[in-house]
Design a protein around this ligand. Structure first.
Ligand code: MN
Length: 738
């Protein structure tokens, strides 16, 4: 086929599914590519343009993509391999086509090295994430398919390397995008170079029985065809052999021989509607004996990549078991072409605007209806990788970082020691600043030095990943304890001041434990250190303490109120009981008649505290009026002293005595437990107004109580003294004097 013929075939193929395609532009793209690649040869010796033409043919034939994709496929190597630039392509064709070509070139530039599984998964994600437009990855896969088809001209080393890459990256991506046919071809082509002997063994065995197999397949196809025609079920039926790589895997993984593989043959029946799928299933089970446990309903429960079909395995008339897959036309297109099939549907709806670009993803997701939706979302969210960025280490490992990540995030993702000793960073071999934002596919190198001073506090603001931030915090926590405490304390004090809280309220021993509990630190220093290294903030500390301080203040206020209320209640209760009044003041002259003197100042002596009913005498003091003593007070015995005899005068209780008088009792007891309790009980049952109780213990285990009370008269006092005397252990109840 000449180049011109091959181009004609391409146009014919495109016209077959998209008569409205822009053929003038497609031809222009072909001619421009042909001119750019002029003189370049493929390894096979053919002119280079053969390759872009073949890739465009795959894009049209296998994936049925739009005009822009066909043009981009024809142009896919011009930016990478010829002097043409992005600007040239944008001007001659369109910015979108230039972006598609640039996107494919970027994927081409990535250097892969074989890695463990997790790394491979990251690489796949990176490729998908880098293909902002899904058409980029579809063209790239078509490019790879053609390169694999023509791999025989490459060196054995290159064959192995490209095959491994295809097996590990492109075949899984094709599977993920639901493009089974391309996936199989990629796998078979890769296997051919990765294990030539194994591949040959399978292929030659299949070849040896080719005639027998083909006869069997034809017979079976006829049987099914006939029965379905009799039943008037619209259908297409065809058989195929399992492809070599899946046979290889089964033989290798399950250690089976070729004869033991059940689904070496598969038949497909494609019908018009879902109802017919189940009808056909019944027919198949009627003609052939089904093998138990091999029926799978992927229509009811689709696979994560959107695959739908009924699968059953039956025993054929010649003793060959075979699988039958039954599906509708639409299910078939999705199964064979995956994403591309959805792309086609989308294409009929609207133009290639960004809006709805991922419509098919949404549609696919909606079709899942909870069938392993989790895995599906993870495997197929193309533009949903926008929150992640994938970059390379210098030795080809992929690091998965949050979008917006910087060299700081990268360094700490590699190792905290790398981050802590970082003095500079290179991206794609150029020195960059620490806040440089990393892009998909960047190769990042961190320059470290033993003499590095360690991270700066600003790094915490620059870093995007919580991992980097927490590692930086760890460093400050450990390396700079003293400094952290000082810085933390300063920040805390400033914030306290700002909120109008006094430091002494915080350090108050009564408040501090509660406050520390609020912030969950064992001591203020611990909290200062945390604020210092950034694990906690002064604002948070103060706002939590503020709440606690307010709570304490409120508590105190409530307690005071409660005490007041209780006191008020007590006072009003006593007021209701007329015989125990509680006057607040004692008028000194009241209740005492001083012989021969009216309206003189009267006060009661502290030494003997007389109450109405007691025998009393008065003593005229200098300037303080008359002091009243009990007649039996030792001080009153001095009235016989000639020098003072003139100052002792006769006094007596009048009828208008006060409601009560303070007086003191002394109780001597054998000390025992609960003594005070019993004394209190006696005071309480006699409704005694108590001013105070003092007690002291003597060395010989006696207890002496001094009880200050208010008494109406000596009669009431006598009742109280008797009551006290009855308490077990009480030896003596007296009225002290002198
Ligand atoms: Mn290429």
């Amino acid at each position: 086929m000449t180049i011109q013929e091959q181009y004609e075939l391409l146009e014919k193929t495109v016209r077959g599914y998209n008569p409205a395609a822009d053929f003038a532009q497609i031809r222009a793209a072909f001619e421009y590519a042909d001119k750019c690649h002029e003189g370049q040869k493929r390894k096979s010796g053919e002119p280079y343009i053969i390759h872009p033409l073949a890739v465009a043919q795959i894009v049209a034939e296998e994936l049925k993509l739009d005009s822009e994709s066909i043009e981009a496929a024809l142009l896919h190597d011009v930016i990478e391999d010829t002097p043409a630039t992005h600007e040239d392509v944008a001007k001659l064709f369109s910015p979108t086509i230039a972006d598609l070509v640039e996107g494919v070139s970027k994927l081409t530039r990535i250097q892969y090295a074989t890695k463990e599984d997790e790394q491979m998964e990251n690489l796949r994600k990176m490729l998908i994430a880098m293909s902002k437009d899904i058409r980029v990855i579809l063209i790239k896969i078509s490019d790879r398919l053609h390169n694999m088809r023509t791999m025989e001209y490459q060196s054995p080393e290159k064959q192995k390397q490209k095959s491994l890459e295809t097996m590990e990256i492109y075949a899984p991506i094709s599977h993920r995008l639901g493009m089974q046919r391309i996936k199989w071809e990629l796998e078979d082509l890769s296997l051919k170079y990765l294990d030539p002997i194994g591949y040959e063994e399978i292929v030659s065995k299949l070849d040896a029985k080719k005639a027998e197999y083909e006869a069997f397949m034809l017979r079976t196809q006829d049987q099914i065809d006939q029965r379905l025609n009799e039943l008037n079920i619209q259908h297409i039926v065809y058989g195929r052999m399992k492809h070599p790589y899946s046979i290889y895997r089964k033989m290798f993984n399950q250690n089976k021989s070729l004869d033991e593989i059940f689904d070496l043959f598969a038949f497909r029946v494609i019908v018009e509607n879902v109802g017919d799928c189940y009808n056909v299933l019944g027919v198949i089970h009627d003609i052939y004996k089904p093998i138990l446990g091999r029926f799978k309903d992927y229509i009811g429960t689709p696979k994560p990549n959107g695959y739908q079909s009924l699968h059953t395995t039956v025993m054929g008339t010649d003793g060959y078991p075979f699988e039958v897959q039954i599906r509708t036309r639409e299910m078939h297109e999705v199964a064979e072409y995956g994403v591309a099939a959805h792309w086609k549907y989308k294409q009929n709806g609207q133009g290639a605007g960004t809006e709805g670009r991922y419509e098919w993803v949404r549609r696919l997701l909606e079709n899942q209806e909870g069938a392993d939706a989790e895995e599906y979302i993870h495997s197929l969210k193309i533009d949903m990788f926008s929150d992640q960025v994938f970059v390379f280490t210098p030795n080809g490992d992929v690091q998965n970082l949050p979008a917006g990540a910087t060299p700081i995030d990268f360094a700490y993702a590699v190792h905290s020691a790398v981050g802590n000793h970082m003095v500079g960073a290179k991206v794609n071999n150029r020195i960059v600043t620490f806040d440089h934002v990393l892009k998909n596919g960047d190769i990042v190198e961190i320059l470290t030095s033993k003499a590095a001073k360690g991270p700066s506090r600003d790094w915490m603001k620059i870093a995007k990943s919580s991992e980097a931030r927490s590692k930086i915090r760890q460093w400050f926590k450990k390396e700079k304890k003293e400094e952290n405490i000082a810085n933390g304390r300063a920040a805390f004090e400033a914030e306290l001041k700002h909120c109008g809280i006094a430091m002494r309220d915080v350090t108050d021993p009564e408040n501090l434990p509660g406050l520390l509990k609020k912030v969950s630190y064992g001591s203020l220093d611990e909290m200062y250190a945390a604020i210092g290294y950034g694990g906690f903030t002064a604002q948070k500390a103060v706002s939590r303490m503020h709440g606690e301080l307010q709570r304490i203040a409120k508590q105190h206020q409530l307690e005071a109120q409660a005490a007041e209320t209780a006191a008020a209640a007590k006072t009003s209760k006593q007021a209701e009981e007329p015989h125990i009044p509680a006057p607040k003041r004692v008028k000194s002259e009241q209740g005492i008649i001083v012989e021969g003197l009216d309206n003189c100042l009267v006060k009661f002596s502290k030494c003997c505290t007389p109450v109405p009913g007691d025998d009393i005498v008065g003593f005229i003091t200098r300037g303080y009026g008359v002091s009243v003593h009990r007649a039996d007070c030792p001080n009153a015995s001095k009235r016989d002293d000639p020098s003072q005899s003139g100052r002792w005068i006769k006094v007596s209780w009048g009828n208008d005595t006060n409601d009560s008088y303070p007086t003191t009792l002394e109780v001597v007891c054998k000390d025992r437990s609960n003594l005070l309790l019993d004394i209190s009980a006696a005071l309480s049952t006699t409704n005694t107004f108590v001013l105070g109780i003092n007690s002291r213990s003597t060395e010989d285990e006696f207890a002496i109580f001094r009880i200050e009370v208010r008494m109406r008269d000596s009669q009431q006092l006598k009742v109280l003294m008797n009551k006290l005397h009855q308490i077990s252990g009480v030896l003596k109840v007296t009225r002290p004097a002198g």
